[in-house]
Design a protein around this ligand. Structure first.
Ligand code: PEP
Ligand code: MN
Length: 339
């Protein structure tokens, strides 16, 4: 619910109104344009209470927000959120490239890939240390050692780093990680989301679940934000459909939908979406054209021998071509936007 106030409202009355709403267990946020945003279970404000609010002297009007997500809702935050990852911006007109292997495999592997993707314009290095694998017998990642190797690659290249958390117990290992990734399989691990919400302003990249709706993705973002951490980046990585030609189906239409109903940045993962390296480039370009805020791409120096997701990993040379093409098309897309 949004309460818009009249011009120069009596501050005492505003205070009383806020206090009364707080008593109902609802938070009141002061918003741009003399408006109060109500966050919480606003269903407790019944029609009689709404009529009372409308009748208060300082109140201009009341807008009901029917969507269950509030903090993630664009109605409560008109401008695009920009997430600051130690100086690297995600959202608000930036186009951010995140690249690296599915999994950290060795010091040589991660450092060599880090150097090549940095040279091509990536700002953030990805690499799984804890891997959610379908088979318990498959490579499960290097664990804490993998995080150490990412930190070394960061020191050598200046890239920020992102890696996936699988369990709350791993959280102390993520202090120096720049963005914590919540994988598709954990999108509705609400306990984990709540804990990440308590991590101050630590940027979180939240991947859409394999069979989750856009609203469910936003509700998961809301779990993190409701605990105080507003630095959430949304990520579409393909959803399960009846199609088998690709690993998943990339739902590019989620970009305009999310942009309309939320202020959070949207990153596209064409690697997990397609599962096939040669489809990564066309879908990357399509994502940029559709208004994504960036891409997360799997890059491997030797995809044939990758311990995880080699089939969908592009080689450094191809990543460079994607980055160059993106740089060519972005000005055209942005020109159209401002006209
Ligand atoms: C990954 O990024 O390597 C990964 C496991 O992604 P997702 O959670 O989207 O499957
Ligand atoms: Mn992967």
């Amino acid at each position: 619910m949004i309460i818009s106030l009249k011009e120069n409202p009596n501050q005492e009355q505003v205070k009383h109104l806020t206090k009364w709403i707080n008593i109902m267990g609802i938070e009141v946020h002061e918003m741009e344009g003399a408006r109060l945003g109500l966050v919480g279970d606003t269903s407790v404000i019944d029609n009689d209470a709404i009529a009372l609010i409308r009748a208060i002297d300082v109140v201009q009007g009341v807008e009901i927000i029917k969507e269950p997500y509030k903090r993630a809702n664009r109605k409560l935050h008109k401008s695009d959120s920009v997430i600051d990852v130690g100086g690297v911006k995600v959202g608000g007109g930036e186009f951010t490239l995140i690249a690296g292997p599915c999994s950290v495999e060795s010091p040589e592997q991660i450092c060599s890939i880090a150097k090549s993707v940095a040279a091509s314009g990536a700002k953030i290095l990805r690499g799984g240390a804890f891997k959610p694998r379908t088979s318990p017998y498959a490579f499960q990642g290097m664990g804490s050692e993998g995080i150490q190797l990412l930190l070394e690659a960061k020191k050598e290249t200046g890239l920020k780093i992102i890696t996936e958390i699988m369990d709350i117990a791993q959280l102390p290992l993520f202090d120096e990680v720049d963005i914590i990734q919540v994988g598709a399989r954990n999108m509705q691990n609400f306990e984990l989301l709540r804990e990440l919400g308590k991590k101050g302003n630590k940027p979180i990249l939240l991947k859409r679940g394999l069979s989750s709706t856009i609203q469910e993705l936003l509700m998961s973002a809301e779990y993190i934000m409701s605990e105080g951490n507003e630095n959430v980046i949304l990520c579409e990585r393909g959803i399960r459909t009846f199609e088998t030609a690709t690993r998943n189906t990339l739902d590019l239409s989620c970009i305009p939908v999310l942009k309309e109903c939320s202020h959070l940045p949207v990153i596209i993962d064409p690697s997990h979406a397609t599962g096939i390296a040669r489809y990564v480039k066309p879908m990357s370009l399509a994502a940029a054209a559709a208004g994504a805020d960036g891409l997360i791409i799997e890059v491997h120096n030797d995809p044939k021998h990758a311990l995880c997701d080699g089939a969908q990993s592009v080689e450094p040379q191809e990543f460079e071509e994607i980055a160059n093409k993106i740089n060519q098309i972005l000005p055209i897309i942005r020109k159209g936007k401002s006209e």
